[in-house]
Design a protein around this ligand. Structure first.
Ligand SMILES: O=C(O)CCC(=O)C(=O)O
Ligand SMILES: [Fe+2]
Length: 363
């Protein structure tokens, strides 16, 4: 199964050459771009995943980020725990292994649904919390006034990493820009205003959120690093990881082992997009498991004396915490709209964090 690859350059060039809106244009390039946008929305609807190429996101930037994060995750647990902020729901700084609980472990409805999948598409059933670490680094401006302080907190910078802020920000901003382009294209493809999604993303708590999985310790075939789940945010983008292991499920229930071609980024639909489209797009299910391909990559990393921490280049793009999550435009007329009642995005996020054991105690 090959996922659609979209070169964002075509869209970005079109937009920069044209200051007017998409509405009313009837030139050849207008309709070519509209078709491309339609492809993006169709793919997100049918598969929940999309590969993109963005000229702004270079392999060098991705590598610089991965090198630094490997260095960080190699540090002793006691050091990394200094950056833990459980009272801020782990939405900044480090989340130790054994904290985040995969939704499929605790959500009975989800467990029932997955049992109905065909044998060859069954996920690996997690038996406990995920053995992965994570670091959350916010990208972009914070709101000056918000009802959701914990979701919009001060950044945490580990000591001894003078290059931290620059490395995280430069990679993170580029990934957010790629998501913004996809969000505009999807909005056009769905027949919404071009900025229908991106206007709600302004000052959202976008998180560069690399996972760190210790393959030296937990590199056995079948180890589940991230149990079957969906992402609670709007859209997720993954750059390259040096170790494979991510499986995704298409809307039709087919399981796909992800191979991100060099120079490409993988986009997955999150629950907030599902909300905004009244279920036209469903949140993409996925898991991270040690497979035979991961084992091969471990062997070659050992031979080259490279780090055995599997770092993901994950960024979660969010709807702003104080914006209202509800079916947009014509999606409000959908018979399924009642399943997606209006609520503040921040309230939704807090509810979801509570289920996966990330909502610390405020008091
Ligand atoms: O580690 C990865 O590749 C992705 C992990 C994941 O699904 C997540 O962080 O939500
Ligand atoms: Fe995920």
């Amino acid at each position: 199964m090959e996922l659609l690859v979209v070169d964002l350059n075509q869209y970005l060039e079109f937009i920069s050459n044209k200051s007017s809106s998409m509405n009313g244009g009837d030139s050849d390039s207008d309709s070519e771009i509209k078709n491309l946008c339609f492809e993006v929305s169709k793919t997100l609807r049918e598969t929940g995943a999309l590969l993109v190429k963005d000229p702004r996101c270079s392999v060098q930037d991705n590598d610089r980020f991965l090198d630094m994060m490997e260095n960080y995750f190699e540090k002793p647990d006691e050091f990394k725990c200094l950056q833990q902020r459980s009272h801020l729901h782990y939405q900044v700084g480090a989340t130790p292994e054994g904290v985040e609980v995969p939704r499929s472990l605790v959500d009975e409805e989800m467990r029932q649904k997955l049992r109905a999948l065909p044998e060859e598409s069954q996920p690996s059933l997690p038996v406990g919390p995920d053995p992965k670490w994570r670091y959350m680094w916010r990208i972009g401006p914070r709101p000056s006034n918000t009802r959701f302080q914990e979701l919009n907190s001060e950044p945490v910078v580990p000591e001894g990493f003078p290059e931290w802020k620059e490395t995280m920000d430069s990679w993170g901003y580029k990934m957010v820009s790629a998501i913004e382009a996809v969000a505009e294209m999807a909005a056009i493809g769905f027949g919404l205003e071009r900025d229908a999604f991106t206007s709600l993303m302004q000052k959202g708590p976008h998180l560069l959120a690399p996972t760190g999985s210790n393959l030296q310790r937990y590199g056995q075939l079948g180890t589940v690093f991230a149990g079957y789940h969906y992402d609670l945010n709007f859209l997720t983008i993954h750059g390259r990881s040096r170790f494979p292991g991510l499986n995704i499920w298409l809307r039709n229930g087919q399981k796909v082992e992800v191979k991100v071609p060099v120079g490409c980024l993988l986009i997955q639909t999150g629950k907030q997009l599902e909300w905004l489209t009244a279920g036209e797009c469903l949140a993409g299910m996925h898991e991270v498991v040690v497979t035979n391909r991961t084992i091969d990559a471990i062997e070659s990393a050992k031979q080259q004396s490279r780090s055995l921490w599997r770092v993901s280049s994950t960024l979660f793009a969010h709807i702003a915490s104080d914006s209202i999550l509800k079916p947009l435009g014509h999606f409000a007329e959908s018979p399924l709209a009642a399943n997606y009642p209006p609520m503040c995005a921040g309230e939704f996020v807090e509810q979801e964090l509570a289920v996966i054991n990330l909502k610390g105690n405020k008091d």
